[in-house]
Design a protein around this ligand. Structure first.
Ligand code: BGC
Length: 281
């Protein structure tokens, strides 16, 4: 069972076919830089190009870095304003020419980590956070997703949390890993206050560098672990979100051969042998 997963990010749009039962990519990723400006039309053309690259005819799952409620994009923090309150799912479906499902990028990462990664079989409340151009978050309860959490827009010190603690903010402000982790810890403390998660999973583009900053991270009650699917979580989770678009297998019709009528077997005559008369002595 394969679905094409496409991850629309702030800097790149990546796609690959995914074996959704195993949570693995079945071909090399194909990446195209995110167009500037990232208008629906320009991004839609890239999505269509990725579909064409894989000569894909089946269902496609696609992430987007904004609120995605019932296929409509309702925010545009790191993308062109044209996506505000935009009926994005049918638009991208038309561009791609195949069945397509659209989900928030962090929600997709959460689905993938819950099924195949660091949140697998973890009961209770888990927060999967993605640190990249912005900060995304997926809230899981016993492995079930509560979509569109948007923790990156919590206000901390008068600013959106992602403006202070995203991976982009770290790079732009040239923060050391220790200094950046301090900002992340402030963010985690706030999330802990609001949601009391049992586990934080740290994902997104920054997760490949976990060894450099993981030791600085701390929370009062929650455990903190790195994401396991790293940069592939978006693609895998996008594909998982579109699993219901896989056409159901029709039952294979068996060739019906008419049974040849069986003649009732002729009744055998039972010959009852006469008992030999016993000789009288
Ligand atoms: C967006 C989220 C997204 C996150 C990570 C934020 O700016 O509002 O929807 O999940 O960035 O890309």
């Amino acid at each position: 069972m394969e679905v094409l997963g496409i991850d629309i990010g702030g800097s790149g749009i990546k796609g690959a076919p995914v074996d959704v039962a195993k949570g693995v990519l079945t071909q090399d990723r194909f990446r195209i830089p995110t167009p500037e400006p990232s208008t629906p039309d320009a991004v839609g053309d890239v999505v269509a190009e990725i579909v064409k690259h894989f000569a894909w005819k089946g269902p496609v799952g696609c992430t987007f870095p904004a609120i995605v409620q019932h296929g409509v994009t309702h925010s545009a923090a790191n993308v062109d304003a044209g996506w505000m309150h935009f009926d994005a799912e049918p638009f991208l479906r038309r561009k791609a020419g195949v069945p397509l499902r659209l989900v928030n990028d962090a929600d997709a990462a959460g689905l993938a980590e819950a099924a195949f990664g660091a949140a697998r079989n973890v009961p209770g409340v888990v927060l999967v956070l993605t640190f990249g151009t912005g900060i995304g978050g997926a809230l899981l309860m016993d492995g079930k997703l509560v979509p569109n959490l948007e923790p990156g827009h919590l206000e901390i010190r008068g600013k959106d949390a992602e403006k202070r603690a995203s991976d982009l903010a770290r790079a732009q402000k040239d923060l050391s890993w220790a200094k950046w982790a301090k900002r992340v810890n402030e963010f985690l403390a706030r999330l802990e206050l609001y949601f009391s998660p049992d586990l934080f999973v740290i994902g997104g583009g920054v997760s490949k560098n976990y060894a450099k900053f993981g030791g600085y991270l701390q929370a009062e009650r929650a455990k903190i672990v790195p994401a396991q699917l790293l940069n592939e979580a978006g693609i895998v989770g996008a594909a998982m979100a579109a699993m219901d678009l896989i056409p159901a297998k029709l039952p294979v019709k068996k060739k019906v051969t008419k049974p040849t009528p069986v003649k009732p077997a002729a009744k055998k005559k039972t010959v009852v042998k006469a008992k030999p008369k016993s000789k009288k002595k």
